[in-house]
Design a binder for this molecule. Structure first.
Ligand code: FES
Ligand code: FES
Length: 152
């Protein structure tokens, strides 16, 4: 085991990992950051998405040691008045909510790169994220609202 420092939502956390510890396990099991969900575990659902220096990564496929010192963002690190977070709430874009942190972070990434995405660009960007509750219409509504709020 080695001790590394993960920068999560602006706060440094020391965590003991070995060369095979997944970023997902370092965040959830060692640091207790449960907004990073564990779904499929093989890169197919998007539930475990985090942002690393603003870019989305599947934490279930990523080794923690590769992220020492990288600015990580998890959904619980976003404020309630964040345009994407507030748009999900105001659009009722969740049922069980399990997939939502991953969607929120993917949309943060998308709108940072492309403030006015087309429907196709939204679908392309979210093709790796699955919602078992099929809340897709509300999620699309939330994205449209978030784009408007982010532009203000
Ligand atoms: S848990 Fe990582 S993509 Fe599904
Ligand atoms: S809201 Fe339940 S999995 Fe998406």
């Amino acid at each position: 085991m080695n001790e590394i420092t993960l920068q999560v939502n602006g706060t440094p956390h020391k965590v003991a990992v070995d060369d095979t510890t997944l970023l997902l396990d370092a965040l959830r099991r060692r640091l207790g950051i449960t907004s990073t969900r564990e779904g499929c575990g093989v890169g197919h659902c998007g539930a475990c998405t985090v942002l690393a220096a603003g870019k989305s990564v599947s934490s279930c496929l990523s080794l923690a040691v590769h992220y020492e010192g990288v600015a990580l963002t998890t959904a619980d690190g976003l404020p309630e008045d964040d345009p994407v977070v507030s748009s999900f709430v105001d659009s009722d874009a969740m049922q069980c909510g399990y997939c939502i942190p991953g969607f929120v972070l993917m949309i943060k990434e998308l709108l940072a790169e492309n403030p006015a995405p087309s429907d196709k660009e939204i679908c392309d960007h979210l093709k790796g994220n699955k919602c078992r509750c099929a809340t897709y219409p509300e999620i699309i509504k939330a994205i449209r609202l978030a784009a408007k709020r982010s532009a203000l």
